[in-house]
Design a protein around this ligand. Structure first.
Ligand SMILES: O=C(O)CCC(=O)C(=O)O
Length: 272
């Protein structure tokens, strides 16, 4: 096994204080989870796959707000063995399990989110609105593939907003940006928009209200995300058109009530 491969599988014990912060705030930004060399090793292949698979070719000025926010390519692990090794990292999956407090996690899907130079903001939103899953035991690892200072558009969280129950029926849009911005300001939720250094990784819950500023830099903001779910989570009846699409794309169209253990949902970490 390569050095990079070995590091990807090395156990990371999440400090009890970080587990508590994750539960209280709905996210945690952890410094130095991966070595800069490891991230630099995988970045070129992830970027090559994003360029190869990207289907968005309109100029930024001709796109809507959501499409200006990033190029989005899902389940890269199916297209490259190198990316698969990254997405299947036992280190990251083990951290997800520790944060969720569950004995095993499966992959829901991965997703590259590349905010182009000059790309727009990502509107405030919550993720679980899109997912036909039986519980909220889900967590996204957001892994920047370069240093991400304020001008590149670091992921930004409203701390404690996952407990508010607000915004759960809002689709990501100019409307979600306006409504949730007003909600977050009125509620006095602390905002964490701190930069990420290479190797930092954040984890957020499915109901945490989050956004990202536009990319004012002159390089793309390259980010890989991995979405994990409790291995015991079940498929739920889709309640909107996005959930119908996810149900078919990621959950093998399995009936509501069955464990979400389709061919695209491998077990990535188990305590056994
Ligand atoms: O990367 C971004 O700009 C948004 C990411 C996001 O919303 C997510 O990973 O849930």
């Amino acid at each position: 096994m390569t050095t990079a491969g070995a590091e990807l599988d090395q156990h990371y014990a999440v400090a009890p204080g970080d587990v508590e912060r994750y539960a209280a705030n709905g996210f945690v930004k952890l410094r130095g989870v991966l070595s800069p060399d490891l991230v630099a090793h995988y970045e070129p292949e992830i970027t090559a796959q994003v360029i190869r698979l990207n289907s968005q070719h309109l100029p930024l000025a001709e796109r809507d707000t959501y499409s200006r926010a990033f190029l989005q390519v899902v389940n890269l692990w199916r297209h490259s063995d190198v990316v698969r090794d990254f997405v299947f990292s036992r280190r990251l999956a083990g951290m997800a399990a520790q944060l969720l407090g569950v004995p095993a996690v499966r992959l829901y899907h991965d997703q590259a989110l590349y905010k182009e130079a000059g790309g727009g903001f990502t509107p405030w939103h919550v993720d679980q609105h899109y997912w036909p899953l039986s519980t909220d035991r889900t967590v996204t690892a957001w892994v920047p593939l370069q240093d991400t200072p304020a001008e590149l558009g670091p992921l930004t969280f409203a701390a404690g907003s996952h407990r508010s129950g607000y915004g759960q029926t809002l689709e990501i849009s100019d409307e979600s940006e306006a409504q949730l911005d007003a909600f977050v300001a009125a509620g006095g939720f602390p905002i964490d928009d701190s930069p990420y250094a290479l190797g930092d990784v954040s984890f957020h819950t499915g109901w945490t209200i989050h956004r990202a500023p536009g990319n004012r830099g002159d390089i793309p903001r390259r980010v890989m995300t991995i979405i994990y779910m409790d291995a015991a989570i079940e498929v739920a009846q889709p309640t909107n058109r996005f959930q119908h699409a996810d149900w078919a794309a990621f959950l093998d169209s399995r009936p509501a009530g069955s464990v979400a253990s389709g061919p695209l949902n491998p077990m990535l970490w188990s305590a056994d």
